[in-house]
Design a protein around this ligand. Sequence first.
Ligand SMILES: [Zn+2]
Length: 287
Amino acid sequence: MPTEPHDDRAGLVVGRPTTLAPGVQRLLAPNPSPMTGPGTNSYVIGGPASVIVDPGPEDATHLETLAALAGPDVQAICLTHRHVDHAAGAMRLAAMTGAPVRAWPKPVAAEHDIELTDCQPLADGERLVCGDVRLSVHHSPGHAADHVVFLVDDTGLLVAGDTLMQAATVVILPPDGHMGAYLATLDGLADLAPATIAPAHGGLIATPIDEITRVRAHRLMREAQIHDCLSHTPKTPEALVARLYPELESALVPVAARQVLAHLIYLAEQGRAQEHRVGWCAPGGMP
Ligand SMILES: [Zn+2]
């Protein structure tokens, strides 16, 4: 039975698949952490011919359950991106099912990426047919340069990977992550007009446009705060974190500094900040 989107978090149980829409099933992987929330959601789409999106970690029980759920005719194992929590199980699942691994082309693996030994490229706008279910592929960089999302026809369900998460902020780690690309991707997701967002972490997002608007406004608010802190005296991302988030636990400072750096790089690209050897200034700061 389809799960009501607003009650969906209770449906996130490791090893227990949930049918989200006709021909779309979700299986939570056993990899909860501060960065992955309850864990990675793997999706099985279609049937009897099927595709698997994001096999998740290389956990034997999870991959066996996923393969059984997908059935004997798996046409592809598609990745929203190569981050380890999404892709570590891909090559093993490919060996188990005989299906190819498919992802956006990426010549050089970035930080947190899995090196895929064999991968077929996905293309922007490509259409996948799996049994009665059809979906389209959309390049959506920002969180990672190789990120794609999958829009299921008819139901308008968007398998959104790490472009949006339920009750968590998506991490943008430069240089593979890019804030300007992420904001453009949010616009692109809104243009797809999804009915529901199925993220890789957390339950369904039932009001996609409201959520995209909220996330976009939040990022622009942070950008404005960082911009307002810039002066003619250079500041490091860490100094800006100390100023903007004085209460932050020390363990979280390095990731926060990378997020601030993503904003600074994008501000510099817009001519609203300048990088100097010792830190970042307002334009025209430091000789
Ligand atoms: Zn990721």
